[in-house]
Design a protein around this ligand. Structure first.
Ligand code: FAD
Length: 486
């Protein structure tokens, strides 16, 4: 790599259009590319896989961070703001249905603990809507959350759900009918935390980038060397035919997800970080004809009573998380960087799952445990069965705090940045920070909609169609790509 700087061909200085290379086409890199390409910059997006946004799953938007009791109110508010901007950028990617948060007796907490934080988040949402009506993407601020007593839930259990639920009460009918209310503390809360389709995000970013000639999208291409030079950065890229290409750009963005540390090592920009491997399971409950909300049953993480989470899709398909070591979490699944390398090293058995996939029997065994875990709260769920490849992967967490959820971008030197999002909704803010820090564009007072005409011209039909193709290609049921909710 020493001769790399001399091999590179500096770009013409006459255009004055800044050139940016983004390594990694997950939600972080793809969103940075979409944003910068919409601004007219000269963007190179380099992804070693065959498509964009195909890393670890993204199933929840986290607009308010209410799924996490352990995080600060500040992080919740940051996630709320970031999520609102993200829906405005990718409006066709969310599944609009509420989330029920229930505290069972097997958990040490109490439902009232959620109350104060919800009021603060609701106030913040109301202010954002007052400031700009385009921020009203989570419904009426007054309906952001609603508490339910046991009597109220029992009354809902007597009702029939309409074909398309429109109120929070209507969404809660299946929960009221099928949940074992004896195991829950009351009240339970319903909050406007929406689902998020990773396949429709992948489709939106891919379709938008394909329409913008100032973005060079290189898939099946791995960056194997980077070197800082006077003019910026030189990159050594290896494509799937074994061809090596050198690229020179002024700015370099490292958006390699859980592999961000490997590029930090090449760039000699050390950084502390954690990496965690996790999985969720795709299941089918064939008898289920109702439209469920998302449901969270709280529990202490990493114990046999860990949180159980039900994420609904069309046609009785549900994704399950169980925050126990033999369902979603894995022994030695959380690893840290050290002095020798910024890249935390996962155990080989977990790396092999990412690179080669899962053994069928492990899929069945872990899915079965996830189903049993859920049926402690929803007894009828016992009738569900596993339904194919789990949603899994490793995610990065910058620093040392494994509860951090709102993180975005860090800069090193003049022209090197790493985007390290823990939640996908932080990706758009990270992109803005890149542009602002490097003074690549003067936003003036343009809105998200004005800044992204190409992305916002995509239709719901073309996005869903592309998303279904991607789901099939990646061996997941098409229901995970379809619209669900209002
Ligand atoms: C089980 C599970 C559930 C999750 N659920 C949610 C959720 O509901 N909501 C949410 O917001 N987040 C969720 N997350 C977290 C979320 O998946 C990640 O934070 C997010 O995908 C990170 O995006 P990214 O773009 O930073 O990284 P990635 O998606 O990992 O993308 C990085 C890309 O870089 C590429 N790359 C790496 N090295 C190179 C190289 N040398 N050259 C070229 N390309 C390279 C990789 O191929 C990859 O495509 C979940 C994570 C897990 C594990």
């Amino acid at each position: 790599m020493n001769e790399l700087a001399t091999l590179m061909q500096p770009e013409s200085q006459s255009t004055h259009t800044p050139s940016v290379a983004i390594i990694g086409g997950g939600i972080a890199g793809a969103t940075a590319a979409v944003h910068m390409a919409e601004l007219g910059l000269n963007v190179h997006l380099i992804e070693k896989g065959s498509g964009l946004v195909s890393g670890p799953p993204i199933c929840h938007l986290h607009a308010g961070g209410n799924l996490y009791r352990e995080i600060s109110t500040e992080q919740c508010i940051e996630l709320l703001k970031q999520s609102i901007d993200t829906i405005r950028l990718y409006p066709q990617t969310v599944n609009k249905r509420p989330t029920v948060i229930a505290v069972p007796y097997s958990d040490g907490g109490s439902p009232e603990e959620l109350y104060e934080r919800l009021i603060t988040i609701q106030d913040c949402y109301a202010q954002l809507v007052e400031k700009d009506s385009a921020n009203k993407v989570l419904g009426e601020p007054a309906d952001y959350y609603k508490f339910y007593s046991r009597d109220e839930i029992e009354a809902l259990a007597e009702l029939e759900q309409p074909a398309q639920p429109s109120t929070i009460d209507e969404w809660l009918i299946p929960f009221a009918k099928h949940t074992d209310l004896e195991v829950l503390k009351f009240p339970v809360v319903a909050v406007q935390e929406y689902g998020w389709s990773v396949f429709r995000i992948a489709a939106s970013a891919t379709l938008a980038l394909e329409k913008m000639p100032n973005c060079q999208l290189k898939t099946d291409t791995q960056v194997i060397g980077v070197e800082e030079s006077e003019q910026g950065w030189a990159l050594e890229c290896l494509d799937s035919d074994g061809q090596v290409e050198f690229l020179h750009v002024e700015y370099l963005v490292n958006a390699c997800g859980y592999e961000t540390g490997s590029i930090d090592d090449l760039a000699q920009k050390p950084r502390e970080r954690l990496v965690e491997f996790k999985a969720a399971y795709v299941t089918n409950w064939p008898e289920c004809q109702e439209l469920w909300p998302e449901v969270i049953f709280h529990g202490p993480r990493g114990t046999p009573n860990g949180m159980a989470q039900l994420t609904p899709y069309p046609d009785g398909i549900f994704q399950l998380h169980g925050m126990t070591k033999d369902i979603t979490l894995f022994e030695d699944g959380l690893v840290a960087s050290d002095n020798a390398s910024s890249q935390p090293s996962l155990p080989l058995r977990l790396k092999s799952k990412i690179q080669k996939g899962w053994d069928e029997e492990v899929i069945v065994e872990r899915s079965r445990r996830a189903i049993e875990h859920m049926s402690r709260f929803i007894p009828d769920y016992q009738r569900a069965h596993e339904f194919g490849t789990p949603l899994f992967g490793a995610q990065q967490i910058p620093g040392k705090d494994d509860t951090l959820r709102a993180a975005d971008v860090t800069f090193e030197g003049k022209h090197y940045a790493r985007v390290e999002v823990v939640k996908g909704s932080s990706a758009y803010e990270a992109a803005i920070k890149l542009v602002e820090q490097w003074q690549l564009f003067d936003y003036q007072s343009q809105t998200i909609e004005q800044l992204h005409p190409v992305t916002l011209a995509l239709t719901s039909t073309e996005i869903e169609q592309k998303a279904k193709q991607l789901a099939e290609l990646r061996t997941y049921p098409q229901q995970l790509a379809q619209y669900y909710g209002q």
